[in-house]
Design a protein around this ligand. Structure first.
Ligand code: ADP
Ligand code: MG
Length: 466
């Protein structure tokens, strides 16, 4: 008698549960959905390629044993990976697990081959429902861009924010923000045609249509759109023909009161190789930037992400990760994924020790460079001065000294330029930083209390690394 895939998989899970830790089981096995069982082949669906690789890497043996125990020696397992194509239906890709006993024995890694998609001009919005305003944490770093985005989402094409141009460095949330706008418009105005496209994909589709004599179709496709979201516009640099067609589409949409939303990794004035007439169009609407999130925003982002994953982490870990990773949010997320993976692999709780270990492996220059934020925090805690005051204007003596010490340490411990250090201290100029360093050097020679304080703060900074 053939049993159904659900029952088979449930039995496999019972087998696996006895073999691995609770946390690993929860993280890596509960999200799996059995899809079908045919000819002794059990197909399971996993949420991402990363997930699939992780299973392959760490659980292939226990999986195989479970399948064999449940379905017999000839049984096989196939994965179906949900590929993030941006539309809510997702896309299934099927990959086969090698039939050899384990991946390590022949060094063979199964590859995933994407099916060729040959209908480039079917309207599909490429919105990823996981990006929403709700999970886009607000902070000083993104307030203007976020609220402009919400205004546009409430009244697309009607506000003066048209086009809306969002710019900022990598991993600071451009894609998340503009996708949130798209998703919110879709929710409020289901009848509107929304298209999200990266500039690379726009260029690729354009070249493809040139080759196949389908330019007209290409233009018609974009002319039908009510909301055009075009991501990473900097990739249009130097591509004259693509810019030209984009210029026409842009004008057409704008004149018809359609909303255009764009992102770029730098302010429009720095977009090299973009035609002047295109640049001047961008200035019609609103340009809003995304900056590096400050410490508090980073804490809020980590909290939210861990909560969304249903994982509890101690406050000390939250703070440690937020102190240590201040470059961008994508990197922050990478660290969190690693932490979860390590905890689940080693069947450990996520604690400070594990966080330190994980970060040490991930961030190579961590022992040579601490962040300015971290230094400010350390000085603020040690000398009992508010962070805000370190960056603020107060001229009270003890605050001025603390501020100077923090600048001095920033010069010593980071590779930031004097100008950049000044920026982190409330936008002071580089001569203030030079003066601070000089003043601290003098104090070290003349004031043993200052000297000892600096010594102790340095010890604290070094502690950051295990
Ligand atoms: P960019 O497009 O600027 O390179 P992304 O939009 O891809 O950056 O953001 C990188 C990651 O950081 C994404 O996973 C995104 O969800 C997350 N992220 C960025 N900003 C925020 C925020 N304000 N709140 C929560 N998550 C964020
Ligand atoms: Mg992006």
């Amino acid at each position: 008698m053939q049993i159904d895939c659900k029952t088979a998989w449930e039995n496999c899970l019972l087998f696996i549960k006895g073999k691995i830790g609770d946390k690993s089981f929860k993280t890596w096995f509960e999200p799996i959905i059995p899809i079908k069982l045919e000819n002794q082949i059990l197909t399971i669906q996993v949420p991402s390629q990363f997930f699939y690789e992780w299973l392959e890497e760490h659980y292939v043996d226990v999986l195989r044993s479970a399948i064999v125990a449940e379905l017999g020696r000839t049984a096989r397992l196939e994965y179906s990976v949900v590929v993030d194509t941006g539309n809510s239906t997702g896309k299934q890709l099927t990959v086969k697990l090698p039939t050899s006993p384990s991946k390590g024995s022949n060094g063979h890694t199964p590859t995933i081959e994407k099916e060729q998609v040959t209908e480039p001009f079917i309207l599909s919005n490429h919105l990823n429902p996981k990006y929403t305003f709700h999970n886009f944490i607000e902070g000083d770093c993104n307030r203007l861009a976020r609220s402009a985005g919400m205004a546009v989402a409430n009244k697309p094409g009607v506000t003066s924010f048209n086009p809306l141009m969002v710019y900022g460095g990598v991993g600071l949330g451009k894609t998340h923000l503009v996708q949130s706008i798209g998703n919110d418009i879709k929710r409020q105005y289901p009848e509107k045609v929304i298209v999200y496209v990266s500039s690379e994909s726009f260029t690729g589709q354009f070249i493809e249509s040139l080759k196949n004599n389908r330019i007209q179709e290409f233009t018609n496709y974009f002319a039908k759109v009510d909301i055009l979201i075009i991501d990473d516009i900097q990739f249009l640099s130097g591509k004259e023909k693509t810019q030209e067609i984009f210029f026409h589409i842009f004008n057409h949409l704008h004149q018809s009161g359609k909303q255009i939303i764009m992102t770029s990794d730098c302010p429009p004035r720095d977009l090299k190789g973009l035609e002047e007439r295109l640049l001047s169009r961008f200035k019609w609407g609103l340009t809003a930037d995304l900056q590096q999130p400050d410490y508090e925003t980073r804490i809020a982002i980590i909290e939210q992400k861990m909560q969304a994953d249903g994982i509890a982490v101690p406050r000390s870990v939250l703070e440690y990760v937020a102190y240590s990773v201040d470059t961008n949010i994508r990197e922050l997320e990478g660290v969190l994924i690693s932490l979860i993976a390590h905890a689940s692999l080693n069947r450990k709780e996520i604690d400070l020790e594990l966080a330190k270990q994980t970060l040490k492996n991930l961030i190579h220059d961590i022992d040579t460079e601490v962040s300015i934020d971290y230094i400010q925090k350390a000085v603020s805690e040690f000398l009992h001065i508010e962070m805000e005051d370190l960056k603020g204007k107060t001229r009270k003596k003890e605050i001025v000294i603390a501020r100077q010490i923090a600048m001095y340490l920033a010069k010593e411990y980071t590779t930031h330029s004097l100008k950049s250090i000044g920026y982190y201290f409330g936008g002071r100029d580089h001569s203030t930083v030079i003066h601070a360093i000089q003043a601290v050097n003098d104090m070290i020679d003349t004031d043993s209390r200052v000297k000892n304080n600096i010594h102790d703060i340095k010890k604290k900074l070094k502690l950051k690394v295990v």
